[in-house]
Design a protein around this ligand. Structure first.
Ligand SMILES: [Zn+2]
Length: 295
């Protein structure tokens, strides 16, 4: 039984902490009857409160509740001494009010100060259940109990959770609104391009994707693209010749400038032809000279 109770109260206080911002030490407002019952049962109040809430508790008493204890007279001297050990809470009631009224005022509409209420008053407990986020502790026979969260508390918790989950409809609209048009937009043009280019153009996009990141290739592609504007069927042959010629000239120029590596790779054909011509001419001249010399 006791293990079940401690586990249950831990769960309940976890709810108050997570949903309503309760923190240790829990500030507990006690009424006069609660203290009287504790003294009568000879409770170690601090230890009992700790067990009941499964956390550090800071018991407090309002001026009106203290006045109620004073009003009991000399018979309640021991109880008054215990209550004096608690922190006095100012309720700003100039004239002492009935305890229920005072504690109801302390709870206010939403228990903003996050008090735990320890009261033996049934009337007050019923009133506090209607205030979401108001933990209630009471003593039944010789057992100190933490009430299960009220329906109002659970409803408020659920309401806040749904509010957190759904964020705000405006943000949702903004977030979902942008990606929805943006996501289909890139897909649609690619499909349209593929359809317009033809059936066999499935490979080029892949090649583009793969070759895109590589640095040196696009540089050479740009030079070819600049003259060739329309990639049609018949024209590329002529342009390839022109491009080859341009590339050969470029290679020759580079070769003249001293870039030897590009010579054999690019301008092989024409370079060999001209070398051959030069060699032939040179050889013929030399041969002629030699012949002439011999003659
Ligand atoms: Zn008061």
């Amino acid at each position: 039984m006791r293990q079940k109770r401690t586990k249950g109260s831990r769960k309940v206080m976890h709810l108050y902490c997570s949903a309503f911002g309760f923190r240790e030490p829990y500030q507990m407002l006690v009424d006069s009857a609660f203290i009287q019952s504790c003294v009568k049962q000879k409770f170690d109040i601090q230890a009992r409160l700790h067990d009941t809430l499964q956390g550090v508790v800071k018991p407090m008493i309002t001026q009106c509740c203290m006045q109620a204890l004073y009003d009991l007279g000399a018979t309640a001297q021991e109880v008054v001494e215990v209550a004096k050990g608690f922190e006095r809470r100012k309720c700003n009631h100039l004239k002492a009010r009935p305890e229920e009224e005072c504690l109801k005022a302390m709870a206010g509409e939403g228990n903003k100060n996050r008090y735990v209420f320890a009261t033996q008053s049934l009337e007050l407990r019923q009133a506090l259940r209607k205030i979401p986020g108001s933990p209630i502790v009471y003593i039944a026979r010789s057992v100190m109990l933490l009430e299960a969260p009220s329906d109002q508390t659970l409803a408020k918790k659920h309401q806040m959770e749904t509010a957190k989950l759904h964020v705000s409809p405006e943000e949702l609209a903004a977030i979902t609104g942008k990606p929805l048009p943006a996501a289909p937009a890139p897909d649609a043009p690619t499909e349209a391009d593929a359809a317009a280019a033809g059936a066999a153009t499935d490979e080029p996009p892949k090649k583009r994707k793969k070759k895109g990141p590589k640095g040196p290739n696009p540089l050479s592609v740009r030079k070819k693209k600049a003259p060739a504007q329309d990639p049609s069927a018949g024209r590329p042959k002529k342009r390839t010749r022109e491009d080859e010629g341009a590339a050969g000239e470029g290679a020759r120029e580079e070769g003249r400038q001293g870039n030897v590596a590009s010579m054999p790779t690019r301008g092989d054909g024409e370079a060999r032809k001209k070398r051959k011509r030069r060699r032939k001419g040179g050889a013929g001249g030399e041969a002629g000279d030699a012949d002439g010399g011999d003659e």
